[in-house]
Ligand binder design. Structure first.
Ligand code: ZN
Ligand code: ZN
Length: 341
């Protein structure tokens, strides 16, 4: 089969590779669409701390079931349209036993530690696979994984109806969190973002935006929260000023969610954490329960018109190298998908 392979740092090429070999409890999927994620670029740039080359990137996909083997296979039929949580976990370690298999001690994340979905075929764990309706818009279904990230982050934050939320970083994940947070009942969602295109996009969706580099940034933040700060801050930028702003502008007793991948250990103002009795929660990938939440949310259609606007460009598979080139240059876009079939 054909696959896009990262064979070394900054090198991705379409190659002929062997078909995945199924073990018991695994399923083979013919990939239809796969989205490019920032973490695929981390792998490509050699910045992912634990990824190994060569590897096929891609973990945001939808496709058609070809074969499911062993346990769990009975719930599916060949030809089903499916999405899947893109990792394998051991099921045996303490985190797995506690229900946190997204932080399994032996986690194999697709596109980093094992082959992902920028290929004609990909294998997944059957117990992490979910059917979606055959008539569902597949470009939208390819967003299931990032939507699951947003569902996980909002649920883990404990955000309550009527509360306020600050999103630091208005990229695809930041926008999805904003949409899900508002749907969950946040009365005010503010997005902090430098990029003008992203700010205008957010405003079109009815979110207030602030530019953290503007001279009146602090005054705007005070004004937006009547000087009180936000109930929950979602730090998605993975930047030093981002984490500082999250701690500074979260209200007394509020929650700081750490979502963006940071390159180095950034300092945190512990005196503010202490004085405001803040809580801080790191989040990684998503719990399976929240992936189910994303599948159901997409099936309900409640936010599909909003989600749909995040798909900026779709490349055919024979231009996958161009697609990766495109997302490495700054520009006015959110999600870039590759049509694999
Ligand atoms: Zn992703
Ligand atoms: Zn485990």
């Amino acid at each position: 089969m054909k696959a896009a392979v990262i064979d070394q740092k900054n090198s991705i090429h379409v190659k002929e590779v062997p078909m995945p070999v199924l073990n018991d409890g695994e399923a083979l999927i013919r990939v239809h669409y796969c989205g490019i994620c920032g973490s695929d670029l981390h792998v490509l740039h050699g910045e992912h701390p634990t990824a190994e080359f060569p590897v096929v990137p891609g973990h945001e996909f939808v496709g058609e079931l070809v074969e499911a083997r062993g346990r769990g296979a009975g719930a599916f039929q060949k030809g089903d349209l499916v999405v899947a949580q893109p990792f394998f976990s051991c099921g045996n370690c303490e985190p797995c036993a506690k229900g946190h298999d997204n932080v399994c001690r032996d986690l194999h994340f697709m596109g980093a530690h094992c082959d992902g979905a920028f290929a004609e075929y990909v294998k997944v764990a059957t117990r992490k696979m979910y059917k979606i309706p055959k008539d569902m818009d597949q470009e939208l279904a390819a967003l299931t994984e990032p939507v699951a990230v947003a569902v996980h982050d909002v649920r883990r934050s404990g955000l309550q109806a009527g509360e306020t939320a600050l999103i630091i970083g208005g990229g695809p994940i930041g926008m999805l969190i904003a949409m899900v947070a508002r749907h969950a009942g946040a009365r005010k969602v503010v997005i902090s973002e430098i990029n003008e295109f992203r700010c205008q996009f957010a405003q079109k969706h009815g979110f207030e935006t602030v530019n953290p580099t503007a001279p009146d940034f602090d005054a705007r933040m005070q004004e937006l929260t009547e000087g009180k700060g936000f109930d929950v801050s979602f730090e998605v930028s993975g930047s030093r000023p981002g984490i500082a702003a999250a701690v500074q502008y979260t209200t007394i007793g509020g929650m700081v969610m750490v979502i963006g991948m940071t390159k180095e250990p950034y300092p945190v103002d512990l005196s503010a954490m202490f004085a405001k009795e803040l809580r801080m929660q790191g989040v990684r990938i998503h719990a399976q329960y929240n992936f189910i939440g994303a599948v159901e949310l997409l099936k309900s259609g409640a936010l599909n018109d909003e989600f749909r606007t995040l798909v900026s460009k779709v490349y055919p598979f024979d231009q996958v190298e161009d697609a990766f080139q495109f997302v490495q240059t700054p520009g006015d876009y959110f999600k870039v998908l590759v049509k694999m079939k």
